[in-house]
Write a protein that binds this ligand. Structure first.
Ligand SMILES: [Zn+2]
Length: 277
């Protein structure tokens, strides 16, 4: 499923690459029922967890932010739906050949895995942009995450299809990759400022809406839990002060909302952009 958001001269499409259902218990020690209030539930009380990615176009130039999870892997929990991105792009009537850049928030598999299918790039003419600190870490990491990142990213590097950034970097006019380290060592968010609109695609700066209230409730997937909490707190404060729209691929779809003060608490307020397909 896809949703559509106006971002000045750009249109942002939220694309659901996949989802799964899980028991909310065990996700984080300190959560209560209230912390799961935004998540759809099934009959067994499980919550729906999402993998989102984001396509931005002005009708002429088109870029993708993260590529989703792609094909199922043997270590995935059973019952996961994954790899919906390519079909969703096709349904939007956007030629995959026209995507000129894929900008990746980081190298966790659920953000890079969808870039290849059957050994071929899903977006065949795209260059692939990462922060250089991200590759410096994952290229050396002796872990499943490191091996998975090398499997996906190395062929792109070998084919000279990768551009590394080492600071905040404008990708298209008004669209900037923004350093936001902590979840991973070279994590990037994407700021879109256009025609008076402000939108921030957070990547995994936050994986769950409860972190708006509790930025320091980090998760095992946060590489540096202390830094991840500090970065999150700073980002949410800026979003609240500036009224910027926040977009998060792991929040309940479409994962588009505002960071507001309600009853003295800083909270996530989901928006309701229209469906695009
Ligand atoms: Zn993720």
């Amino acid at each position: 499923m896809t949703w559509k958001l106006d971002c000045g001269v750009y249109t942002l499409f939220v694309i659901e690459d996949g989802f799964y259902w899980r028991d909310p218990d065990g996700y984080h020690d300190e959560t209560t029922e209230r912390d799961w209030r935004f998540h759809p539930r099934n009959d067994e009380g499980q919550v729906r967890m999402n993998f989102g990615c984001h396509l931005i176009t002005d009708g002429d130039r088109t870029i993708m932010i993260d590529a989703g999870l792609g094909e199922p892997t043997p270590d995935m929990p059973p019952g996961m739906t994954v790899g919906l991105m390519p079909g969703a792009v096709d349904e939007l009537g956007i030629a995959r050949e026209s995507v000129e850049t894929v900008l990746y928030s980081h190298m966790h598999y659920d953000h890079i895995g969808g870039s290849m299918r059957d050994g071929h790039p899903v977006l065949p003419n795209a260059r692939h942009v990462f922060h250089e600190k991200e590759w410096a870490f994952w290229s050396e990491a002796d872990s499943d995450g490191g091996r998975a990142a090398r499997k996906v990213v190395s062929p792109f590097i070998d084919a000279d299809l990768v551009d590394f950034v080492d600071k905040d970097t404008e990708i298209l006019p008004g669209i900037t990759a923004v350093e936001s380290f902590g979840h991973t060592p070279g994590h990037l968010m994407v700021s879109i400022i256009s025609n008076g609109t402000r939108t921030l695609i957070g990547g995994d700066v936050s994986n769950h809406p409860f972190q708006v209230e509790h930025p320091h409730w980090s998760l095992p997937v946060d590489n540096d839990q202390d830094l991840a909490g500090k970065t999150r707190d700073r980002v949410f404060e800026e979003l609240r002060e500036t009224g910027t729209t926040f977009v998060a691929g792991h929040y309940p779809m479409p994962g588009v909302g505002k960071i507001v003060t309600d009853d003295g608490l800083r909270v996530y307020r989901p928006g309701s952009p229209p469906k695009a397909g």
